[in-house]
Design a protein around this ligand. Structure first.
Ligand code: GLU
Ligand code: ZN
Length: 351
C-alpha cells in the first residue's frame, strides 16, 4: 500500500513537472505567438488557404500607408504580413497611398515609403494609387448616400461633441450622440459647409430607405476570430466629410477597398473596429466588401510590452543605416513572435 501511494505521488509530480515544462516551452518559444500545441501561429493563419479564400481567386491584398512620416517597425510588419498573405494565395498586392489628410501628408514621405518597400524587397503589383487623386470617386459615393437621405450636416464644435458624447467611448472612438441628426431623412446635404455624417440604424421613422441594414456588423477575423460590432454603440452617425472638405478615412477606405477589388485586408488591430463602418458603407453603396480580414496584434519588445519609440530602432532611417533588409525583417519577426527563417524563405520564394 505505501508503495502504491508513493507511486501515485511521484506520478502526480512527474505530471506537474511535465506541465510546467510545456508552459515554459510556450512562453519561451521565440518563433510562435501561441503555444504550438494549442493554437496556430499568426503566420500559419495568414498562410492558411481556406476554401473561401481559394474561391476568391484572383485574390488581392493591399498595403495602405498614410504618408505622414517614415516607416517604422509597425508599418513594416503590416506590409510584410499583407504581402505574404496575398502572395501565399497566388494573389496580387496593391499599394495605396492614403494621403487624404492634407495637413499631415507629404509627397516626400510617400516617395520614402516606396523606397523603403523596394529596399525590403516588397514589390507591389498595382499602384501606387493616391487617395488625394480620387476626389470624384468619393464625391460620387457621398452623393449616392445623400440621395438615400442618410447624410446630414453636423455643426457641433469639438467642445459640444465632447459634452454630448454617448456614455461609452470604446477603443479611442467617441460615439456621436446624434445632436444634429434630423427627425426625418436629410437630402442635399452636400450643399452645406459643415461636417457631413451618415446615419446608422436605427434610422428616423416615417421613411422607406432602400435598405435597412442591421446595426450590428458581423465578420470573422482570421486572427481575432468572430466579431460583432454595434455601430450605434461604438460610432453613432459617423463622419464622411469634414468641414474643411477633407474626406474621412472610413469613406475613402470603404470605397477604395471595394472599387479596387481588394479581397483581403491585413492591418494592425487598432483598426479592428473600423471594419464595421467600412462594411456598412460598402453594403449601403451596393458594393462588395473584402472577403477576409486579419488584424495583427501590436508588436512587443523583449519584455512583452507594446513596442514604442523608447525601444529605439523604430524608424527606417535608422534601420536602413544600421542593418540589411533580412536583418530588419528578422527584427520585425522577433517583435511579432513570428518565425523569421520561415518568413525569409517565403519572401525569397515570392520575390
Ligand atoms: N492608412 C492607414 C494607416 O496608415 C491604414 C488604413 C488601412 O489599412 O485600412 O494607419
Ligand atoms: Zn452635430
Amino acid at each position: 500500500m505505501p508503495v502504491l501511494v508513493c507511486c501515485s505521488f511521484i506520478r502526480r509530480w512527474l505530471y506537474v513537472i511535465l506541465l510546467m515544462n510545456a508552459v515554459i516551452e510556450c512562453n519561451t518559444s521565440n518563433n510562435l505567438l501561441y503555444c504550438a500545441h494549442i493554437q496556430m501561429s499568426i503566420l500559419d493563419r495568414l498562410l492558411n488557404t481556406s476554401p473561401e479564400r481559394i474561391a476568391a481567386i484572383p485574390s488581392k491584398g493591399r498595403f495602405a500607408p498614410s504618408p505622414s512620416g517614415r516607416m517604422h517597425l509597425g508599418n513594416i510588419y503590416a506590409a510584410l504580413m499583407s504581402y505574404i498573405s496575398a502572395k501565399a494565395n497566388g494573389g496580387s498586392w496593391l499599394l495605396r497611398i492614403e494621403d487624404i489628410d492634407t495637413q499631415r501628408s507629404r509627397r516626400k514621405w510617400a516617395d520614402m515609403i516606396m523606397s523603403d518597400l523596394d529596399w525590403l524587397g516588397l514589390g507591389w503589383d498595382e499602384g501606387p494609387v493616391y487617395q488625394s487623386e480620387r476626389t470624384e470617386v468619393y464625391e460620387g459615393a457621398l452623393k449616392d448616400l445623400s440621395d438615400m437621405g442618410l447624410v446630414y450636416p453636423c455643426t457641433c464644435t469639438r467642445a459640444e461633441l465632447m459634452a454630448s458624447r454617448a456614455p461609452h467611448a470604446t477603443d479611442g472612438h467617441i460615439p456621436y450622440a446624434g445632436r444634429c441628426r434630423p427627425m426625418s431623412p436629410c437630402f442635399g446635404a452636400g450643399l452645406l459647409p459643415a461636417t457631413l455624417r451618415v446615419m446608422v440604424p436605427p434610422y428616423p421613422s416615417g421613411h422607406a430607405f432602400p435598405s435597412s441594414p442591421d446595426v450590428v456588423v458581423r465578420f470573422d477575423d482570421r486572427i481575432c476570430g468572430p466579431q460583432e460590432v454595434d455601430l450605434s454603440a461604438n460610432f453613432g452617425d459617423f463622419v464622411l466629410r469634414r468641414r474643411d472638405g477633407s474626406w474621412a478615412y472610413q469613406l475613402a477606405v470603404a470605397v477604395d477597398d471595394a472599387m479596387m477589388g481588394v479581397t483581403e485586408v491585413v492591418r494592425g488591430d487598432d483598426l479592428l473596429l473600423s471594419t464595421a463602418p467600412q462594411r456598412y458603407l460598402t453594403s449601403l453603396l451596393g458594393l462588395v466588401s473584402p472577403q477576409s480580414y486579419a488584424h495583427l496584434p501590436l508588436l512587443k519588445n523583449a519584455d512583452g510590452l507594446r513596442l514604442s519609440k523608447r525601444d529605439g530602432a523604430m524608424s527606417m532611417e535608422y534601420l536602413r543605416a544600421s542593418y540589411g533588409p533580412s536583418e530588419v525583417v528578422a527584427m520585425v519577426c522577433q517583435a511579432a513572435s513570428v518565425d523569421s527563417e520561415e518568413m525569409l524563405s517565403l519572401l525569397r520564394a515570392y520575390a
